[in-house]
Design a protein around this ligand. Structure first.
Ligand SMILES: Cc1cc2nc3c(=O)[nH]c(=O)nc-3n(C[C@H](O)[C@H](O)[C@H](O)COP(=O)(O)O)c2cc1C
Length: 400
């Protein structure tokens, strides 16, 4: 699998902001994508997160002191000037922005900022009053004027319980910016992708429902992968025990009918629909208004088919449509028939009878069939990796 950040040398500067702990997630994500990360911290930052944490995440010593106690260590800031592909200061305090804008070099991180010769991204995080302070804004516009990238902070709840502009952005936005600065091609840049995920619940009465064992993990992995490839992602999710995918717009759809309505409402503006939800095939003929009592001794449940979302959406939507099929065994003929019947462009086939794969697990093993007649097997792997490989196959067909 390709990962644009593999072996990129990235220096992360961490400053004394309450958001310093969020740099841990950023560093972990960069490492997970294969980047070689070194962390430099200000003294103030060490009040918020210990250097040991970053040393463990990066497996490199953390740079804090401008004047090393051991003279044999050389002059760290000079050696650093060309040793990286990119520097990201996250979180960037008002203090470091001011220093960088005025060539102040009174500690290791600010000295590095004065000497380093690679693209620099600042990710400010601070109290909303500190952000709108004219001195901070002046520093930001000076730095931007010199070609430094400054990510605007998000608006929302701040650590002090105030609401305003100053929040540290989502890790995903920072990663996207980094990829853009490193000219890493984004497979789905500028594309809009809709993913459905999870099971549906078909009510029997106000307290019971019919559902299935889908965990939603495959659909959530596809949403995360599409986001990582630069797409704007909408994730329509059935009821699952997973955290929302950061950076994706989440839309709930509990029953097959709700999911159908959500898909029809959203599909018009999408470049690709990935229908990974395990939508129930049947629903109770008539959901009861009141809880069915044990004493009524019910013996049968009458069922009717749920709406076929893929067939319904195909009538309205002529972009790339990806369907999923769950089967036993590895005979792909039934899936090929289903692909034609549903008029999908791709059918991703996964099995429910392969130990440790598919439903409720973190692993999968799939085949991607196309309406054009191609057939590709993706060997067992974790679902995020499978998701990326599926998108790499399909993205080639999306008109640019
Ligand atoms: C609890 C606490 C939280 C702080 N959070 C922030 C912050 O989010 N952003 C900021 O710019 N400064 C913040 N500060 C102020 C900085 O820590 C202070 O300006 C410090 O000198 C910055 O040093 P540095 O830029 O060398 O890391 C905070 C201070 C304290 C005590």
């Amino acid at each position: 699998m390709t990962s644009g950040l593999k072996d990129k040398r990235i220096l992360v500067g961490v400053c004394g902001s309450i958001a310093a702990y969020k740099a841990c997630d950023l560093v972990r994500r960069l490492r997970k994508e294969g980047a070689d990360v070194t962390v430099a911290m200000t003294e103030a930052a060490t009040q918020f997160v210990g250097p040991t944490t970053f040393a463990a995440f990066t497996t490199h010593p953390v740079l804090v002191h401008q004047f090393p106690t051991d003279p044999e260590q050389g002059v760290p800031h000079v050696e650093i000037a060309e040793a990286f592909d990119l520097m990201v200061v996250a979180p960037a305090t008002a203090d470091i922005l001011g220093k960088a804008a005025h060539a102040i070099a009174d500690d290791l991180l600010s000295t590095i900022l004065n000497i380093i010769d690679v693209p620099i991204l600042f990710v400010p995080a601070m109290n909303f009053r500190m952000w709108r302070n004219p001195a901070t804004q002046d520093a930001v516009s000076r730095l931007r004027g010199w070609g430094r990238r400054i990510l605007d902070p998000d608006e929302g709840d701040l650590a002090t319980l105030h609401v305003g502009v100053g929040r540290f952005p989502e890790t995903e936005s920072i990663l996207s910016e980094i990829r853009g600065m490193l000219d890493i091609p984004q497979l789905l840049a500028g594309k809009r992708v809709l993913v459905t995920a999870g099971p549906t619940r078909e009510p029997v009465d106000p307290v019971r429902f019919l559902s299935n064992r889908s965990s939603g993990k495959m659909g959530y992995a596809l949403a995360a992968a599409a986001r990582d490839f630069g797409a704007e992602v909408t994730l329509i999710s059935g009821p699952v025990a997973l955290d929302p995918v950061p950076g994706c717009r989440m839309v709930p759809g509990t029953t097959a009918e709700e999911m159908l309505a959500a898909v029809m409402h959203e599909c018009g503006s999408q470049d690709m629909l990935i229908m990974a939800a395990a939508v129930a095939d049947f629903q109770p003929d008539q959901a009861r208004d009141k809880k069915i009592s044990r004493s009524s001794k019910p013996t049968a449940l009458s069922l009717k088919p749920t709406p076929d979302i893929i067939k319904a959406v195909r009538k309205e939507y002529d972009g790339t449509l990806v369907a999923f099929s769950l089967q036993a065994g590895s005979d792909l003929e039934p899936a090929r028939k289903k692909l034609l019947d549903k008029k999908a462009d791709y059918m991703v086939v996964n099995r429910y009878d392969e130990s440790g794969m598919g439903f409720e697990t973190d692993m999968n093993h799939v085949w991607v069939l196309s309406a054009a007649g191609t057939e590709q097997e993706i060997p067992p792997d974790n679902k995020l990796s499978i998701a990326k490989q599926i998108l790499e196959i399909i993205a080639q067909d999306i008109p640019q």
